[in-house]
Design a protein around this ligand. Structure first.
Ligand code: ADP
Ligand code: MG
Length: 275
């Protein structure tokens, strides 16, 4: 098996904060609610965080704490009842191609279109000319190392290659942020690890801004450069932690286990447990 290159932590957030840079995404005291016919569900309560360019920002918390709701709100599909979201300093008022969700159910790739066709498709739907769409698609596919697979159909790709194709498709739209919502939850442990490694390697190559949601502490520590820890329902911020970025052989090491334990304590007190 090819040995992935080491991923280093970004440390961009403290630098960016120190320099007073405008965050890419800012959540400012955000309360999110759902109104159902007979009650009001508060999904998150006064949540604040800043995400800076090229971070791997992980939102971690138990099931039902409002992680998916936060992504929906960043994407502009849900308005806060209190507080606000901004993107590069401007209020988020609705959906836009500047914030894209990468769906992992790669059945999202159209089976009857080639890799190139799949990556071009959203651009064509958004009024980009065919020539520009093709140029941007080829560029994005080259970045994710799929240049040799442009004419191949999705069923011929491995899981990791499908992930790269899905990310290329999003990148070609030139978004500011890519979002992923528990993409590996249904995978077996080995495949999951492989997909995590691939994602890290890809980030190392092209340094996009990633917002990644998970309820797995290990996954958060493996993938995140920063981790937002949310309390159980309704989600409130418990802590925000830096992760040094664990290279592949450091995951069995003491520093990794310490961070996992620390977060576990935060979420579960003395009971421990991984999720
Ligand atoms: P998570 O992604 O962290 O598991 P969600 O964001 O999906 O949590 O949900 C947060 C809370 O909001 C939960 O209590 C959930 O039941 C509730 N919720 C989610 N979607 C809806 C909806 N469409 N209508 C009403 N309540 C919802
Ligand atoms: Mg969810």
């Amino acid at each position: 098996m090819q040995q992935p290159r080491a991923v280093t932590g970004t440390a961009t957030a403290p630098d960016a904060q120190a320099s007073g840079a405008v965050p890419l995404v800012r959540a400012n005291g955000v309360t999110l609610q759902y109104k159902t016919p007979d009650h009001l569900v508060t999904a998150t309560y006064r949540v604040s965080f800043d995400i800076f360019p090229a971070e791997r920002y992980v939102i971690l918390g138990p099931s039902g704490c409002g992680k998916s709701t936060i992504l929906k709100a960043i994407a502009g599909f849900l308005k806060p009842v209190e507080g606000s979201f901004t993107l590069k300093g401007k209020p988020v008022t609705g959906p836009g191609p500047d914030r894209l969700m990468v769906f992992q159910e790669f059945d999202q790739l159209l089976p009857w279109k080639t890799v190139l066709g799949n990556v071009m498709f959203p651009m064509l739907e958004n009024g980009v000319s065919r020539a520009d769409a093709e140029r941007r698609a080829r560029e994005a596919l080259a970045k994710v190392n799929l240049a040799d697979f442009v004419d191949v159909y999705p069923h011929m790709l491995s899981g990791g290659m499908k992930q790269r194709c899905a990310i290329a498709r999003a990148m070609a739209m030139k978004p500011d942020v890519l979002m992923m919502d528990e993409p590996y939850a249904a995978l077996d442990a080995l495949t999951r690890r492989k997909m995590q490694d691939e994602l890290l390697q890809l980030w190392n190559d092209i340094r996009f801004t990633l917002v990644f949601v998970t309820h797995s502490i290990e996954e958060a520590v493996i993938l995140g450069s920063r981790i937002l820890v949310l309390s159980p329902h309704p989600g409130q911020v418990r802590a925000e932690l830096n992760s040094p970025g664990f290279a592949y052989d450091a995951r069995s090491g003491a520093a990794f286990q310490e961070l996992v334990q620390k977060i576990s304590q935060m979420l579960f007190g003395d009971r421990g447990g991984s999720h």
